[in-house]
Design a binder for this molecule. Structure first.
Ligand code: PGA
Length: 255
């Protein structure tokens, strides 16, 4: 059985005081009324990882980063390594988000190197895959997602698949208010599951598959009810404590 997992991706939002309030509400609410086996994580901007991590100590919420360098150390101005993320308390890191792919030109090869760097440092990579609207309209969605997935995971060892998380995030649904229907999302998730089992064997059954793209407190329950949707990667709605908590609770109900 796979645990449900809900991760907040704050993107480039936040500042010290507001972060403190948001995290305090989140931690308190989950303490007062726990969400059972649902795993919850938040990914603040890199500059706030340390302070948010201190605030999360002793809570059930894990710390994650939004990006990492594929390099271990050295002359890479502005970059942050996997070991540094571990050092400040991260357990997970988002890899290959579509905004990184499109705005910062990360290609499949770089995403694969980052996935490996995360795993080697003991982090859980949250590997993002997803098609554009044009690709969906031309019937390529499943192929695009499979290609992005295989490029990043085909060289991994069995024990590395145990720590992998995959997030299906259709580019046309991110930050647009347009969500994939539960059926559309389930179709792609089932395909991702098939590809994972083909590449990794039975261990592919254990990989948590998240849906991301305009998930909110109203649509989370029907998405999470689908058999291959194990939770969500939440952008905008993760910045509001009540909305994010409602999404975590929807994951608990979906079980
Ligand atoms: P959104 O972002 O929930 O604001 O659409 C999701 C994501 O980009 O991870």
């Amino acid at each position: 059985m796979r645990n449900a997992l809900v991760i907040g991706n704050w993107k480039m939002n936040g500042e010290t005081a507001a972060n403190h309030t948001l995290v305090a509400s989140l931690v308190e609410s989950l303490e007062v009324s726990p969400v059972g086996s649902v795993e919850v994580g938040i990914c603040p901007p890199a500059v706030y990882l340390h302070s948010v991590g201190l605030q999360l100590e002793g809570s059930v919420v894990s710390l994650g980063a939004q990006n990492l360098s594929e390099h271990n150390a050295g002359a890479y101005t502005g970059e942050v390594s996997a070991a540094m993320l571990r050092d400040v308390g991260c357990h997970m890191v988002i890899v290959g988000h579509s905004e990184r792919r499109s705005l910062y030109h990360e290609d499949d090869e770089q995403v694969a190197a980052k996935t490996l760097a995360a795993l080697r440092a003991g982090l859980k990579p949250v590997l993002c895959v997803g098609e554009t609207l044009a690709q969906r309209e031309s019937g390529e969605a499943l192929d695009v997602v499979a290609r992005q997935l295989c490029a990043a995971v085909s060289g991994l060892e069995a024990d590395e698949f145990e720590r992998l998380v995959v997030a299906y995030e259709p580019v046309w649904a991110i930050g647009t208010g347009k969500t994939a229907s539960p059926e559309q999302a389930q179709e792609v998730h089932a395909h991702i599951r098939t590809v994972l089992v083909r590449v990794a064997g039975v261990v592919g059954q254990n990989v948590q598959l998240l849906y991301g793209g305009s998930v909110n407190a109203d649509n989370a329950a029907e998405l999470f009810a689908k058999p291959d949707i194990d939770g969500g990667l939440i952008g905008g709605a993760s910045l509001k404590a009540n909305d994010f908590i409602a999404i975590c609770r929807a994951a608990a109900v979906a079980g």
